[in-house]
Each structure stands twice: as structure tokens, then as C-alpha cells.
Write a protein that binds this ligand. Structure first.
Ligand SMILES: [Zn+2]
Length: 412
């Protein structure tokens, strides 16, 4: 049978799975998996259910539990299961079993932990983030099994804990304690973010740098400015002067939108409460999203120098503190095999051209990239993760399962 014929049969098979998808989502949504940081008991219940499903399909499931005294049972489950392929190289799909709390219940139109089906939409906490990844990968496995087909590469599922609260008991644990699981030859897909037409393949993330800028001058009466040192006027000049950062760190990388580093003044703390006092202390914050090739310490140093010079003209001193710093992982190459494979599959299934892109935030894929493993973040998402009335489209789940099936059929 040709690859084209196999793909056609897998596609047709997946089209018969809507009821299975709904039932799987129903079971997953009802098993609340919240981390101890947010008052939950962990992912044991949901992971046990998933292990039972996969084992009933004949797959061998291994658990790599991360010790954690804060939950009943004393550990967090990290499941790995393989659908053996013709070759040992793997297509990994890493999904997470934990969810975020529902938040304000009055904003939900139905119980967050009872699946509600409305046409193509499946509502419930976790349906998209990250049951989307779990369900699409399980459905792809199911289709290969039902048709008695063997994928080219081994399809490897990782169902990990603790994504929403830091990954220390999830992927970070797996990479630290069981690094032999993953190889740079594997294609690693993380279905945990994406665009609503499925054309964004996330391969890079900017570094994040948050700075607190404090200006100290001399408070005084507004009618006698010569006796004061006005920090608000100085802050205004400092903020304008900091626009120079754009010129000092000018590199462009077309992967990102926007393609350059950004340096945005954001929060401003209150100074004096009344109009007729000149403020002697002002504090504002800078949110910098910096291209991976720049050093964050160098950016901080330039902020300090520019601000000190601009404020000095008003006799005002400046202190710059780091609030958060998160250096980005090296990007996955835009030509990496996982990107090429996804592009080809997305073209087949959706008839669209997907492009490798960078984002300004951070995802769990950074852990793979820091370990030298090229990972791509991809799914067809509708961007309602963490919101009330979270939902996913059944049709996207099946479409994305077809994309995954296609990737597993690729010979190279
Ligand atoms: Zn997620």
C-alpha cells in the first residue's frame, strides 16, 4: 500500500471518531487535575484513566513518577507510551494532563468539569489546554490500530504533569532524570499553543526582561520648583530617552512578530496624592521582549546608563532593579525536520501554508530546546486557554490527528 493510500484510509477512519472524541473529552474533563500550588491533588486520577485506556488498546505504558510530598500518593505521574513504527526514531507528542482552576464560576455558562457539547464545540476546563494534545494523539494511535497499519516512525506519547505550575514535576523532571527518552533525531511536537487556522508553528521565543526604574529627587511645593527636584519631569525625559534602546539593539528576525526586540514602559506607581506638591520619587516599569541573540545583562546595563544620563540633567538619581529575567532557549531551526514535516502534513490536511514563527512569551518547549532537542509548538487553537467557558472544536481535534498521522507516515 502506498503512503498516499495509507493516509487516505487513516483520514477516512478518523472521520468516524466524533463519538470517541466526545467520550474521551467527557472522561478527561470530569477528572480534575490541579497542582498542589493551586490547592489540587495532582494528576493521578486522570493519568490512571489514560494509562488504562492505552493499555486496553495493547500499548505498554510506563510511568516516570516525580516525587512530590504535597499530593496523595507522594508523586506526580509522567506517562510515556509507544506505538512502534518501522523505525526506532520517534514522533513525540508531549501533552500535559494538568489544568488551571476554573476561576470565577459565575462566568461559566455550565459546570467547568462536566463536558458540554454544542455542535462542533466541546466546552469544559481543559478541553483545549491541553486535552487537545492528548485527544488528537490518542485518536491518531487509535486509527493506526484500527486499520492494522504501522507508522514509519514510532509514535511516542508523553502525558506529563505540572505544566501549568512550572514543569519541575513534569517535563523538566523527565529531561533531568530520564534524558535517554529523547533524541535529537526525534520529531518533537508540543500541541499547547497555535493559531486558529493551524498555520503557526512556534519555533522560537524572545527573552523576557522586566525592570523597575526608581527615580529619587527632592519633593517640594509646586510654587517653588527651584527648591525641588521633580522626578515626574525627569521620568518623562527618561522614558523618551529609552526609545534609544530600539536603535542600540536593532537586529531584526523575521521569525518574530514584531521582528525586533521591544522595550515598553508599562506600569507607573502613584507618586504624590495632591496637585500642588512636586514629586520627589517616581517609579515605573519596563517590559522588554528581547531577541534571543542579545544578552539581557547588557540590555539592563544600557537602561541604567541611558536613564542615569537623562535624569542627571534634572539632578535626579536613578536605580534600576530586575523584577524578572527569563533568557530564551536557542530557537528550533526554521528548516528543522519537525517543521518541514508539519508544513507538509498541514498542506495535505488543511490545504494551508504554515510558517515557523517566534512569539514573545514562554512555553514548555523551551525545556526541550535548552536540552538541545528541536521542538515545535503546534496545534489548531482558538485561544481560550485559561478562560471561562474554555472550549475546543471537535473538527480541529480530528484535523490535527490527521496531521499527526501524516507526520508519522513520512519516511524521512
Ligand atoms: Zn497548556
Amino acid at each position: 500500500m502506498t503512503q498516499t493510500e495509507k493516509f487516505r484510509r487513516l483520514t477516512e477512519r478518523l472521520d468516524t471518531y466524533p463519538d470517541q472524541v466526545v467520550e474521551l473529552q467527557r472522561q478527561l474533563v470530569s477528572r480534575v487535575a490541579l497542582g498542589p500550588e493551586v490547592g489540587g491533588v495532582g494528576e493521578a486520577d486522570k493519568a490512571a484513566f489514560l494509562a488504562e485506556v492505552l493499555e486496553s488498546w495493547g500499548l505498554e505504558v510506563r510511568n516516570y513518577p516525580a516525587p512530590d510530598d504535597r499530593v496523595p500518593g507522594g508523586s506526580r505521574p509522567n506517562l510515556v507510551a509507544y506505538l512502534p513504527g518501522k523505525r526506532p526514531e520517534k514522533v513525540w507528542v508531549l501533552s500535559h494532563t494538568d489544568v488551571v482552576p476554573p476561576g470565577d464560576l459565575s462566568l461559566w455558562e455550565s459546570d467547568p468539569f462536566t463536558l458540554r457539547v454544542d455542535g462542533d464545540r466541546l466546552y469544559g476546563r481543559g478541553t483545549e489546554d491541553d486535552h487537545h494534545g492528548i485527544v488528537m494523539s490518542l485518536m491518531a494511535v487509535r486509527a493506526f490500530l484500527d486499520l492494522g497499519l504501522t507508522p514509519e516512525r514510532t509514535l511516542a506519547l508523553a502525558l506529563v504533569a505540572d505544566e501549568e505550575t512550572g514543569n519541575d514535576k513534569g517535563l523538566a523532571f523527565l529531561l533531568r532524570e530520564h534524558p535517554e527518552l529523547f533524541s535529537p533525531e526525534d520529531l518533537i511536537i508540543v500541541p499547547d499553543a497555535g493559531s486558529n487556522d493551524g498555520t503557526m508553528i512556534e519555533v522560537a521565543e524572545k527573552s523576557i526582561l522586566w525592570l523597575k526604574v526608581t527615580l529619587l529627587g527632592q519633593q517640594g511645593h509646586a510654587s517653588r520648583p527651584h527648591k525641588a527636584k521633580n522626578t515626574l519631569r525627569a521620568a518623562a525625559h527618561v522614558i523618551v530617552a529609552l526609545d534609544d534602546l530600539q536603535r542600540e539593539f536593532p537586529r531584526h528576525n523575521p521569525l518574530f512578530r514584531p521582528p525586533m526586540s521591544t522595550f515598553e514602559p508599562t506600569r507607573k506607581e502613584a507618586n504624590v496624592p495632591n496637585i500642588n506638591t512636586i514629586p520627589g520619587r517616581d517609579v515605573f516599569y519596563l517590559d522588554c521582549r528581547v531577541l534571543p541573540d542579545y544578552d539581557l545583562a547588557q540590555v539592563t546595563e544600557r537602561v541604567r546608563a541611558i536613564a542615569t544620563e537623562a535624569a542627571g540633567k534634572f539632578g535626579v538619581t536613578v536605580d534600576v532593579e530586575t523584577v524578572q529575567t527569563l533568557a530564551s532557549a536557542p530557537p528550533t531551526a526554521a528548516e528543522a525536520p519537525v517543521v518541514k514535516a508539519l508544513q507538509q502534513a498541514i498542506r495535505q490536511v488543511y490545504g494551508r501554508e504554515a510558517t515557523p514563527q517566534g512569539i514573545g512569551g514562554g512555553t514548555v518547549a523551551a525545556f526541550f530546546r535548552k536540552a538541545g532537542l528541536p521542538a515545535a509548538v503546534w496545534m489548531t487553537a482558538n485561544d481560550c486557554a485559561h478562560q471561562p467557558n474554555e472550549f475546543c472544536f471537535l473538527s480541529h481535534l480530528l484535523g490535527d490527528a490527521k496531521v499527526l498521522a501524516h507526520v508519522c507516515l513520512l519516511a524521512e
